[in-house]
Design a protein around this ligand. Structure first.
Ligand SMILES: [Mg+2]
Length: 217
């Protein structure tokens, strides 16, 4: 089990509902932060498709950055730039309200070398909840976390692939899609018949509270 996972699990109160929540493009404006970082490196992001590595160009050039350069930039952002990311408006307030009656676990697919910068960023923006770093589809991690509580669980992510994975492995978990950056919203694949799509945190917080049956508490 990766380091940090056990501590995230052991902090859960099994008698409380559980919210599992992603970071990039959910709690934080990842793309906008990455875009600023790229500008300082001589690159630019052209947001004409919903593909991060398919949107990175050297400034002023017409050919995409090659995959090796894109991966290097992505990893370097998570090493040195990720703490400059802006939080998504309303996210910290919604989590704080939900946390009065629910467990919250942050489930992020950030590279493991980002653990400390990411934890500092969460704490600085009032979202100092247990964090679990994941790799790949999130369904197995969501199922393992949900199994630790006897009350309802909800999961929020921006990516359909992670929500589909949760549906496959942990179908009882309520699923919500939020895409934080308004520029990405029209491009982001969506599946409202499978996962509830709500792109603003105040409304999403209300929907999560209902799914977790917090109103009765
Ligand atoms: Mg994300």
């Amino acid at each position: 089990m990766p380091s940090g996972v056990e501590s995230a699990l052991s902090s859960l109160n099994p008698g409380r509902p559980l919210l599992i929540v992603d970071v990039d493009e959910v709690l934080g404006l990842f793309v906008a932060g990455f875009e600023r970082f790229l500008e300082g490196q001589g690159y630019e992001l052209r947001l004409d498709r919903f593909s991060l590595f398919g949107s990175i160009y050297r400034q002023g050039e017409t050919d995409l950055a090659n995959v090796d350069a894109a991966v290097m930039l992505y990893n370097e952002f998570f090493r040195t730039g990720v703490e400059d990311m802006e939080p998504t408006p309303g996210a910290a307030e919604a989590l704080a309200s939900l946390a009065t009656h629910a467990n919250i676990v942050i489930l992020t697919n950030a590279p493991d070398h980002c653990r400390e910068p990411r934890a500092r960023w969460l704490a600085r923006h009032g979202m100092d909840y247990p964090m679990q770093i994941n790799e790949g589809p999130k369904g197995i991690a969501v199922a393992a976390l949900a199994a630790r509580v006897t009350e309802p669980t909800a999961f929020v992510d921006d990516l359909i692939s992670n929500l589909d994975s949760a549906q496959d492995v942990a179908p009882c978990v309520s699923r919500f899609q939020l895409v934080a950056d308004p520029r990405l919203r029209p491009m982001a694949p969506t599946a409202p018949e499978r996962h509830t799509r709500i792109d603003d945190w105040p409304s999403l917080g209300v929907a999560i509270a209902k799914a977790l049956e917090l109103d009765a508490r």
